[in-house]
Design a protein around this ligand. Structure first.
Ligand SMILES: *Cc1c(COP(=O)(O)O)cnc(C)c1O
Length: 394
């Protein structure tokens, strides 16, 4: 088995490259048409404002929302902070409740935002998931109290790709007058999402997870029935007062174009990614025997695979594969050697979690890359199992 001639990037849940079509669309807005979208008195400003509104409509269309319900932010971290802190602070201030329900496998920025609100008087319930990674909608219904303000459940998990049953959860929340927020950073543009069909009130999007640049994102804020939030950033009152500050016009144009492309290609691209993933699993299994897939294979975003290899340390495996970009979990926590809290929430022990890798396929991933990457992994694991890896030889 020969090593791949060039490096291969299979870490598309950490970030994606900017699509060349997105880059083309955003470039003129840096220096040719550079107006401030809030300077409505002259043509420069009006032209920029039109581009921003066009982008806002495209982002809205991706999730079945009205353009007026889209608030541009710097990314999903900011959107999640604004949704959670904004909704809970509004409720606390107006005596409308103080209880938040979320899930153990959420992204750190959701868990930490909820935790931060306890210092301001909120109560947080963190629900467990089952062995496949699902939260039980009935458990959410049971956890809803008189003073529950907000339920925050991610659409797709960033480590295991599992798709949560949002429509069912949304119906419970709506019936109980509780807001539903979803972190859709890994879902928007990857699977069909409709904020009305799913009764979602607040939804977070990240540009750099969907082939737009880093530093742009959006928060969907429902108008009817109205989701009420306190703003985090004070200033000129842009973005309907939810997020002051001059809009980065090129980045908003980029997010709009990325949303438009993703929406038009989602079905075809989903099928392509599923077949790439299948090819990877088959090739690994043919050489290594049964491999353990972490999380549901049935309700899973097409571009994600998370697998455990018995008796192989994932960190050591990755150290042996400098040409291959895969990951041992979420990039945000990879500085620590702690096993993934997401995998542990599924019931994996430290050894099984520590033997697992996330493989993320993307828009520009080819079948040849998948085959080459599989061969690299197979070779490294066979070396590990026979005890002659680079690490073992040290
Ligand atoms: C990447 C990611 C975030 C953070 O998004 P940024 O735009 O990088 O701030 C939040 N939640 C999930 C599920 C993510 O995958």
């Amino acid at each position: 088995m020969s090593a791949a001639p060039t490096a291969i990037y299979l870490d598309h849940q950490a970030t994606t490259p900017v699509d060349p079509r997105v880059l083309d669309a955003m470039m003129p807005w840096f220096s040719e048409t550079f107006g401030n979208a809030h300077s409505e008195q002259h043509a420069w400003g009006r032209q920029a404002a039109e581009a921003v509104e066009d982008a806002r409509a495209k982002v809205g269309a991706l999730i079945g929302a009205d353009a007026r319900e889209i608030v541009f932010t710097s990314g999903a971290t900011e959107s999640n902070n604004l949704a959670i802190k904004g909704a809970v602070r509004f409720a606390l201030r107006h005596g409308r409740g103080k209880h938040i329900i979320t899930v153990a496998t959420e992204h750190k920025c959701v868990l930490e935002s909820c935790e931060a609100m306890t210092e301001e008087g909120a109560d947080v319930t963190v629900l467990d998931v089952d062995g496949e990674g699902f939260v039980d909608p009935a458990a959410i219904a049971d956890a809803i109290r008189e003073d529950t303000v907000l339920v925050s459940v991610m659409a797709v998990n960033n480590e295991i790709g599992v798709i949560q049953p949002l429509a069912e959860i949304g119906a419970f929340c709506r019936a109980n007058g509780v807001l539903l927020h979803t972190d859709a950073a890994q879902a928007a543009g990857k699977i069909a999402i409709d904020v009305n069909a799913m009764a979602i009130d607040l939804l977070s999007i990240s540009g750099h997870k969907m082939y737009a640049p880093k530093g742009i994102g959006a928060l969907y804020v429902r108008r009817r029935p109205r989701a009420r939030l306190l703003a985090e950033i004070s200033g000129g009152g842009q973005e309907r007062g939810f997020r002051s500050g001059t809009l980065p016009v090129p980045l908003t144009v980029a997010l709009g174009e990325a949303a438009f492309i993703a929406q038009s290609e989602v079905d075809r691209e989903g099928e392509r990614l599923v077949s790439l993933r299948k090819a990877m699993i088959t090739r690994l299994q043919d050489h290594l025997g049964e491999i353990a897939v972490n999380g549901s294979m049935d309700q899973r975003v097409p571009g994600n695979l998370n697998v455990g290899f018995t008796a192989v340390d994932a960190e050591a495996l990755m150290a042996d594969l400098p040409e291959l970009a895969i990951s041992t979990g979420s990039a945000c926590t990879s500085a620590s050697v702690e096993p993934s809290y997401v995998l542990k929430a599924l019931g994996l022990d430290d050894a099984a979690a520590g033997a697992s890798v996330r493989i993320g396929f993307g828009r520009f991933t080819t079948r040849a890359e998948v085959d080459a990457a599989a061969d690299m992994i197979i070779e490294a694991i066979e070396n590990h199992r026979s005890g002659n890896s680079a690490r073992a030889a040290e």
